[in-house]
Write a protein that binds this ligand. Structure first.
Ligand code: NAG
Ligand code: NAG
Length: 515
């Protein structure tokens, strides 16, 4: 088959570039296409039809009650119309603290408000950006299944500085020629143009500003069984390396914004952000820092998307009295987390360090991974692992679907990029959600797929929060997390040449993509 050949060729050519999970992913992509399954087919060019996924979330913790179950749908192309707002003080790599309110009009024009703060609680506004432009949805993403690629065009970016101190910090960062802010002459509270179609982007770049997040969009609608509906807008992720962020084409997502009309109740932050303007930034109410109590079992709240095409759910258990930790990472090939590919169980020890200087309310940690087991959950993965050389990845020839293998005797697994023992520098924080239930934020993985194995690589932002299972302290159950009723309906053809490009695009993912 032509397609499969193209895939195999790219596989052979670039395998030296590939490591870890990527190889696995490519293998799966090729084999799925090879068998003529529709799963990897995406419309090329403009949308040839609509694609809609839907899934039913079962309760994620055993003790959760059934009325919590939610049906989630996601349409391709997504409908962006309306205003979408932050639900909490957001943290971007750096760290940067901000709240966002984005409005999309049916005419494809958008107006995005970004309010930046000096503190991790978004209580002290520094400056606001008002961004105007147009967005055009292009095609279903073939890199990030379930996402839609879009193009945007900026027409204007304005800035309002909220204090003299903020102005001083900005003028020291910005080139002296930046409109309005020249010679530090800007007046707090007044709108200045930072960019328009006639001016260059020097000032924007100096701010580390880009709207590349608009290159990848996804809208999820949660249908709660008591009748309510929540809509979330996922925009592309921000590169963790500051020098990359203005050019980076996202393949994962940031934490979602919620629709101002359909958001989780109660959400006091939503209302504040919705009512804000560039002149009147939202000042979030002070929240006393919750003490970090890790004890118990924490699970993902949804199917998570990692940059470079990984869909996974995480399930962690901490036993602070023994400084022991176990993480279960279930990997899937689809954005509904319904088609498992492999799961990875890692365990070891951890030590809590100092409170973070950069991020008040967060704490530094060091994790040591000493043991890893992997279970292949589908035939292609089992075959791939089975074909590894003796002594490189568990028991060669011993891989079977659904049977867990301990990788500790082989010090990890070369093909998955796992090397044991392994050390990581982490950043954790906890927060209460709208129902006053604890949430755990674990540090964002470096976007380039490397691992934070040095203190200088410690994260400055977070992954999607995990929720605490009631009855904490229980062991992770193997299948506490179920998804059902997945329907994917799509048409169009896949272009395998694009798969090869994909490999170029991100060959650097090492095993800690897995996290
Ligand atoms: C796709 O969805 C849009 C918006 O929901 C709808 O207007 C359009 O008719 C749909 N097209 C097809 C081919 O189903
Ligand atoms: C793995 O290899 C062994 C020995 O060659 C073979 O018996 C087994 O069927 C293989 N398993 C899979 C899933 O390919």
């Amino acid at each position: 088959m032509k397609c499969a050949e193209a895939g195999n060729m790219s596989n052979r050519h670039f395998s030296h570039l590939l490591s870890g999970v990527w190889l696995l992913w490519l293998w799966q992509a090729v084999s799925v296409v090879g068998t003529g399954s529709k799963l990897w087919e995406v419309p090329t060019g403009r949308f040839t039809s609509n694609l809609s996924e839907s899934l039913q979330w079962e309760p994620r913790c055993q003790h959760q009650r059934l009325q919590d179950s939610v049906r989630i749908t996601a349409d391709i192309p997504p409908r962006l119309d309306g205003t979408w707002v932050s639900t909490r003080c957001e943290v971007r790599p750096g760290p940067e603290f901000l709240t966002r309110s984005y409005t999309f009009h049916p005419s494809r024009h958008f107006q995005a408000l970004q309010h930046y703060y000096t503190d991790s609680g978004c209580e002290d506004p520094a400056y606001s950006l008002i961004i105007r432009g147009r967005i055009r949805l292009r095609q279903a993403s073939w890199i990030t299944r379930g996402g839609t690629e879009a193009e945007h065009h900026l027409s204007k970016v304005g800035i309002v500085v909220h204090s003299l101190a903020a102005k001083q910090r900005l003028t020291s960062r910005l080139p002296p020629t930046c409109v309005g802010l020249r010679l530090g002459g800007a007046v707090p509270g007044k709108l200045y143009e930072l960019y328009n179609t006639r001016a260059g982007r020097g000032c924007l770049a100096a701010l580390g500003f880009s709207m590349m997040e608009m290159s990848l969009v996804r809208v999820e609608t949660q249908h709660h069984n008591h009748g309510g509906k929540v809509q979330e807008l996922f925009l592309g992720d921000i590169h963790t390396d500051w020098t990359q962020r203005t050019q980076y084409r996202p393949t994962g997502y940031q934490q979602p914004l919620q629709n101002a009309m359909h958001h989780i109740h109660p959400c006091s932050v939503c209302a504040l952000v919705y009512r804000s303007s560039e002149q009147r930034p939202p000042v979030l109410p002070h929240r006393p820092a919750a003490p970090l109590a890790l004890d118990g079992r924490w699970v993902s709240q949804r199917c998570e998307t990692r940059p470079t095409v990984l869909f996974l759910t995480r399930d962690f258990t901490f036993a602070p009295d023994q400084h022991a930790w176990e993480g279960l990472y279930r990997h899937y090939s689809d954005p509904a987390c319904s088609q498992p590919t492999f799961s990875l169980r890692a365990s070891g020890h951890y030590a809590q360090g100092n409170p973070s200087v950069k991020l008040s309310g967060a704490s530094e940690f060091v994790f040591k991974v000493t043991q890893v087991s992997v279970t292949a959950m589908d035939e292609p993965t089992a075959k791939l692992l089975n074909s590894t050389r003796r002594g490189k990845c568990g028991q060669a020839g011993g891989w079977e679907v659904g049977v867990e293998q301990d990788l500790t005797p082989t010090d990890g697994c070369t093909v998955l990029g796992i090397k044991l023992p392994h050390k990581e520098y982490e950043l954790f924080k906890t927060e209460l959600d709208h129902r006053k239930h604890p949430l755990l934020f674990v540090g964002e993985r470096p976007t380039d797929g490397s691992s934070p194995d040095r203190p200088t690589k410690r994260p400055t932002s977070f992954q999607a929060p995990m929720m605490l299972c009631s009855g904490g302290g229980t062991q992770p159950s193997r299948l506490g997390f179920n998804s059902r009723q997945v329907q994917l309906a799509t048409s169009g053809t896949v272009r395998l040449a694009q798969l090869a490009l994909l490999v170029f695009g991100s060959a650097l993912c090492s095993w800690l993509c897995v996290y």
